[in-house]
Design a binder for this molecule. Structure first.
Ligand code: KG4
Ligand code: ZN
Length: 360
């Protein structure tokens, strides 16, 4: 490992955030965010109730150059200070990924600096090192609109996937629940807001509870919610609040059970001496009920829970730049042949989760 500081420019275009950031990694391996620019495209997609890939790709073309310029200006570093250029190369929406990778390569070529093709999931997985200085190993629960994963993170490039979703991602399920109940997009915050005024009195299933492998499944819960909502139509405000509270509670209980199982496996595999830390990242980590339930479950097993600040656990480019710096420090650079990849599992050796429509 090279013991000198690195400054890395990061680019994130895998979904609907156009983002660029500059991060410095010092010789001791500590990170510092010099700038972190995110241009959300929410208003472009809101009317459709979800991200439209073609609209996202076109918006990245328009928004990326200004975002990079702003990130460089705010970081207040000279172009010649940049030691490497990192771009999210997958998994994600291929159009946006191509925009980011092509731009990143062009800048790297122009500056004659290494290019780093970053796995977006790896960037999420490593971000607690940047935000909280957390050392390896730790257990990661990554829950967002696109990902639902439980991973053991033992080092850069050393990830063991314990669990994934058999169907929808957790955030996606919140978004679909909100749509079903006539609430706005993104759905997670809307469901949480309504749940606060409701009671979890509607009976809903808790899929996957007690299964030995810590996978997730949201499809049955979503269908049950639809049936309960239809049976109660027309829905008044209180009923919507109760349905939201019931849905949120069912999700929280499933996540608690699955994460407890993952903590058990973590302890079995890594032994009693290993650091016990649980990182919760992704947009759904913003959910206060989920955090409370997970906090109790972690404490009961003497796991230290780390939740990076919202701006750094939702999609951002600081995490891409940081993953780039971590790789650069280890000499793990890419060349101009690196391609954008829509699917890119973090742990290719993970046994496939049995079920329909498995996501990487
Ligand atoms: O990480 P993120 O910003 O973007 C990606 O999907 O990668 O996550 C967005 C997701 C959306 O599905 C949104 O509904 C969900 O996170 N979310 C929440 C909350 N805030 C955002 N879900 C539940 N409760 C919340 N408070
Ligand atoms: Zn993400």
């Amino acid at each position: 490992m090279t013991k000198r500081p690195f400054i890395v420019l990061g680019i994130e275009t895998s979904c609907d955030e156009t983002a660029s950031a500059v991060v410095r990694r010092d010789a001791a391996g500590r990170g510092e965010i010099l700038s972190n620019v995110v241009r959300a495209q929410l208003d472009l997609h809101a009317a459709y109730g979800g991200v439209v890939p073609e609209i996202a790709a076109r918006a990245h073309v328009d928004l990326l150059d200004p975002a990079i310029k702003q990130a460089m200006a705010e970081a207040d570093v000279a172009v010649s200070d940049i030691d490497g250029v990192a771009a999210a190369a997958g998994p994600g929406l291929i159009g946006g990924l191509i925009v980011g990778v092509t731009t990143g390569k062009a800048i790297a070529l122009g500056l004659d600096r290494p290019f780093l093709a970053i796995n977006h999931l790896e960037a999420h997985a490593l971000s607690a090192g940047l935000t909280d200085g957390l050392r390896f190993p730790y257990l990661l629960l990554l829950v967002s609109g696109g990902h639902t994963q439980l991973l053991i993170v033992e080092g850069v490039g050393d990830y063991t996937r314990l669990g994934t979703t058999l169907d929808d991602a957790l955030g996606e399920a919140f978004d679909k629940a909100a749509k079903l109940l006539g609430l706005g997009y993104p759905g997670g915050p809307e469901v949480e807001r309504h749940a606060a005024r409701g009671e979890a009195i509607v009976p809903l299933p808790r899929p996957m509870l007690g299964r030995p492998e810590p996978h997730f499944s949201l499809a049955g819960l979503k269908t049950a919610l639809r049936h309960e909502a239809m049976a109660r139509a027309p829905l008044d405000e209180q009923m919507i609040a109760d349905l939201c509270a019931s849905f949120q509670e069912a999700v929280a209980e499933m996540v608690r059970d699955r994460t407890e199982r993952a903590m058990e496996i973590y302890e079995e595999r890594l032994g009693p001496e290993a650091q016990k830390a649980l990182v919760v990242a992704g947009g759904v980590a913003a959910n206060a009920r989920l955090r409370a339930v997970l906090g109790l479950a972690a404490a009961a097993r003497e796991f230290h829970m780390v939740v990076p600040p919202p701006a750094l656990c939702t999609d951002n480019a600081a995490m891409i730049a940081w993953a780039g710096a971590e790789r650069l420090a280890r000499g793990l650079v890419d060349d101009m042949a690196a391609a954008a990849r829509a699917r890119w599992p973090l742990d290719p050796d993970a046994p496939p989760a049995l079920g329909a429509g498995v996501k990487a």
